[in-house]
Design a protein around this ligand. Structure first.
Ligand code: AGP
Length: 614
C-alpha cells in the first residue's frame, strides 16, 4: 500500500526520499511523488507508475531542488481516484504553500470537501487526501502555526491516516501525525526521518520513536517535539530498531521471493530455539499469557486473518482441534467485522498477520477486544499496531519479508501454530505423550528436509515450464492439506495472474469437475495418511476427464506413474506436519511460472504488502 518518507537535515533530500521510497516499494504502489522546500519555495514532482518514472522527472529539474535539504515523499496505491499524476501525492492547498502526504483513508472526505468548497477551496483531484490539504491550510491561515493547524484539522477528520505536512511560510519544519496507520520518526545526528515503515530509514539510523494514535510530532533540523492531541508535550520513548539493512538485499537471488523461499529452513530453526529443547521436554511458550486453568477450560477459539495468513489459520484450526479437542472457528477478518458475531470474554481470539497492520484484521481484533476476549496475536511485526492490541504476542520472527507474495512468513505462522497447539495439548493433557514426542522430534527435522527439497529444485522448475502457458490451474487436497491447496493456488494467482483455484478434492464432483478437460492441469497434494486413498480416487476421477494430472507426494507408490503425467517428490513426513513441507514446492512452482512468463515477481500488479485499508 502507500508509503511515506520525510527528511529534514543537511543532506540532499531528494536522494534520501527516493531511496527511502525504493525501500518501501515492496508494499505495492502505482504512482509516486515528492515535495521539497528550497529557497522558500515548495517544489513538487510526481509521476505515474514506478519510481524510475519519478526519477526521470527529477533529472529534468535537478537545478531547482539540488540544494534542498527537507521534504516529504510518497508512493500511492490508488483508493480514491485513478493512479494518475494529478492524484499522486503530495497534495497542496490552493495557494500551493502547503504540501501533504497521506497513508490511509479519510472516511468523511465527502462532507469535508463540500464544506471546504463552500469556503472557497478549489479541488483538483478525486482523492480523499486533498481535503486534508485544504483543511490544514485553512487552519494554518487562522493560527499561523503548522503544528496547531494539524492538531485542529485532525479533530475534524474521521478515518485512518498517517500524515506528513510541510509549509512554505514555516521556517524549515515537518509536522506529522497518525491514527490507525503506522508512522515512526528516525533520529539521526542533526537530522530526522519520518517513515511509514522501518526499511525506509534503517540505512540511516537505528534510533526511532513510534508515534501512537493522535500524537503529533514537529521536526526541525535540531529538534523534535512530540505532543498529544491537546498540544501537551510528551516524553520521547526512543527505541532501537531490530532490523539489519542486509535483510533488504537480494543476496544474489534474482528475486526477493526466491531468497525468502530459501530462508525458510533457517526461519523454522530460529523459531524453535528455546521452545523445544528435547522431544521429551515440554514446549516453552512464555508468550502465552493465559493461565493453565483458563487454557484447560477454554471451549472455543476464533482465529481471524486475511489471505495467506487465513490459510495458516485454517491449518491452525485443524491442528488445535486435533491436538486439543477445542472447537475452533476461522473467519476472514473482513467478514467477521460486519456480522453479529458471538465472540465473548470466554473466547480466545487469535489474530494472524504477517504485517500486523492489515486493516480488516486490526478492526476485527479491536472488536473482539472490546467484547472482553483474550487477544493472542501471531505476527511477523512485533512493532505493529496489532501487536500493541495483544494480550499474548507470538512473534514469528521470520525477518523482514520484502516480496509481496508471502512465503517464509506463512511457514513461520504454521510453525507457531504447531508450537501453540502442542503447548496447549500438553497443558490439557489432550494428546498421547508418544504422539507429542514424535511431533516435536519430527518438527525439528523439517528444516533439513526443506533444504533437501530446495537442493533439487530443478525438478520443480521443469514442471513449472511444462504448465506455464496454461490459463487455469486447479489444486486439490483433503484434510490438513486443503488449506495448502488454497495457498498454492493463491501464490500462483498473485504472481503469474493465472486463474488458479484450490478445492477440497471431495468437492470436485459437486461442480468443479465440469471444468476438466485435456487443457486443465490438476495438481493433487497427495501426502501419505488418513485421506491418501480418498484423494487418489478423486485424482482418478479427474484423470478420467482427461485433466493433466500432477502429483505432489511423499509416496513411492508405483501406481502413481500411470495416473500422473508429472510427479513432484517431497521428503517423507508424518501427515500432521505435512503442510510445512508441501507448501514449499507450490511456492516454487508459482515462482518459476511467474519468472518464466516475465512477470514482476516481487511486486505483482494491483497488490500491496500491507493492506492498510478495509
Ligand atoms: C500473501 O501472499 C498476500 N500478499 C496476502 O494475501 C496477505 O497474506 C494478506 O493481505 C494478509 O496480510 P497480513 O498477513 O499482513 O495480514
Amino acid at each position: 500500500m502507500c508509503g511515506i518518507v520525510g527528511y529534514i537535515g543537511d543532506r540532499p533530500v531528494a536522494d534520501i526520499l527516493i531511496d527511502g521510497l525504493h525501500q518501501l516499494e515492496y508494499r505495492g504502489y502505482d504512482s509516486a511523488g515528492i515535495a521539497v522546500k528550497c529557497e522558500d519555495k515548495l517544489h513538487i514532482y510526481k509521476a505515474e507508475g514506478k519510481l524510475d518514472n519519478l526519477s526521470s522527472v527529477l533529472m529534468q529539474h535537478k537545478s531547482e531542488y539540488q540544494n534542498a535539504t527537507m521534504g516529504i515523499g510518497h508512493i500511492r496505491w490508488a483508493t480514491h481516484g485513478a493512479p494518475t499524476v494529478v492524484n499522486a501525492h503530495p497534495h497542496t492547498c490552493n495557494c500551493g504553500n502547503l504540501a501533504i502526504v497521506h497513508n490511509g483513508i479519510i472516511e468523511n472526505y465527502k462532507e469535508l470537501r463540500e464544506k471546504l468548497e463552500k469556503q472557497g477551496a478549489i479541488f483538483r483531484t478525486q482523492t480523499d487526501t486533498e481535503t486534508v490539504a485544504h483543511l490544514i491550510a485553512y487552519k494554518y491561515a487562522e493560527t499561523k502555526d503548522l503544528t496547531k493547524a494539524v492538531q485542529l484539522a485532525t479533530k475534524e477528520i474521521e478515518g485512518a491516516y498517517a500524515l506528513c505536512v510541510i509549509h512554505n511560510e514555516e521556517k524549515d519544519k515537518i509536522v506529522a501525525t497518525k491514527r490507525n496507520a503506522p508512522l515512526l520518526v528516525g533520529i539521526g545526528e542533526g537530522e530526522y526521518f519520518v517513515a511509514s515503515d522501518v526499511p525506509a530509514i534503517i540505512k540511516y539510523t537505528k534510533k526511532a520513536v513510534y508515534l501512537e494514535d493522535n500524537q503529533i510530532v514537529t521536526l526541525t533540523k535540531n529538534n523534535i517535539v512530540l505532543t498529544d492531541e491537546c498540544g501537551q508535550e510528551l516524553f520521547l520513548k526512543i527505541e532501537t530498531l531490530p532490523w539489519e539493512p542486509v535483510a533488504l538485499s537480494k543476496m544474489g537471488y534474482k528475486h526477493f521471493m526466491l531468497k525468502e523461499i530459501h530462508e525458510q529452513p533457517d526461519v523454522i530453526r530460529n523459531i524453535l530455539v528455546g521452545k523445544i529443547h528435547t522431544s521429551e521436554e515440554p514446549i516453552i511458550l512464555n508468550e502465552v499469557k493465559l493461565t493453565n486453568d483458563t487454557l484447560k477450560n477454554l471451549n472455543r477459539i476464533q482465529i481471524i486473518a486475511c489471505g495467506t495468513s487465513l490459510h495458516a489459520a485454517m491449518i491452525g484450526k485443524y491442528i488445535i482441534e486435533n491436538f486439543c479437542g477445542i472447537a475452533v472457528d476461522v473467519e476472514a477478518s473482513s467478514e467477521y467485522i460486519y456480522r453479529k458475531n458471538v465472540t465473548d470474554s470466554k473466547t480466545l481470539v487469535i489474530g494472524v498477520s504477517q504485517s500486523g497492520e492489515t486493516a480488516d484484521t486490526l478492526t476485527a481484533i479491536k472488536q473482539a477486544k472490546a467484547k472482553g476476549s483474550h487477544i493472542l496475536i501471531i505476527t511477523n511485526r512485533p512493532d505493529s499496531a496489532m501487536a500493541r492490541e495483544a494480550d499474548s504476542l507470538i512473534p514469528v520472527s521470520a525477518g523482514i519479508e520484502v516480496s509481496v507474495a508471502a512465503t517464509k512468513s506463512y511457514v513461520a505462522q504454521l510453525v507457531s501454530f504447531y508450537l501453540l497447539a502442542m503447548y496447549m495439548a500438553e497443558i490439557k493433557g489432550s494428546l498421547d505423550e508418544s504422539v507429542l514426542t514424535s511431533l516435536k522430534s519430527d518438527l525439528t527435522k523439517i528444516p533439513q528436509k526443506i533444504e533437501q527439497m530446495l537442493s533439487h529444485k530443478e525438478q520443480i522448475q521443469s514442471c513449472a515450464r511444462l504448465y506455464a502457458n496454461t490459463k487455469d490451474f486447479i489444486y486439490i487436497a483433503r484434510g490438513i492439506n486443503y488449506p495448502t491447496a488454497l495457498e498454492g493456488a493463491l501464490k500462483l494467482k498473485e504472481i503469474s495472474y493465472i486463474n488458479a483455484t484450490g478445492y477440497p478434492a471431495g468437492e470436485l464432483k459437486h461442480g468443479p469437475i465440469a471444468m476438466l478437460d485435456e487443457s486443465m492441469p490438476v495438481l493433487s497434494i497427495l501426502m501419505k495418511g488418513s485421506v491418501y486413498e480418498k484423494l487418489l480416487s478423486n485424482s482418478e476421477e479427474a484423470k478420467a476427464r482427461n485433466a493433466r494430472m500432477i502429483a505432489l507426494t511423499n509416496s513411492k507408490d508405483e501406481k502413481l506413474k500411470d495416473l500422473f503425467e508429472y510427479i513432484i517428490e517431497v521428503p517423507d513426513v508424518q501427515e500432521l506436519l505435512s503442510p510445512i513441507i508441501a507448501i514449499v514446492p507450490l511456492q516454487l512452482i508459482a515462482y518459476y511460472i511467474a519468472e518464466y512468463l516475465g512477470k514482476d515477481v516481487d511486486q505483482p500488479r494491483n497488490l500491496a504488502k500491507s493492506v492498510t485499508v478495509e
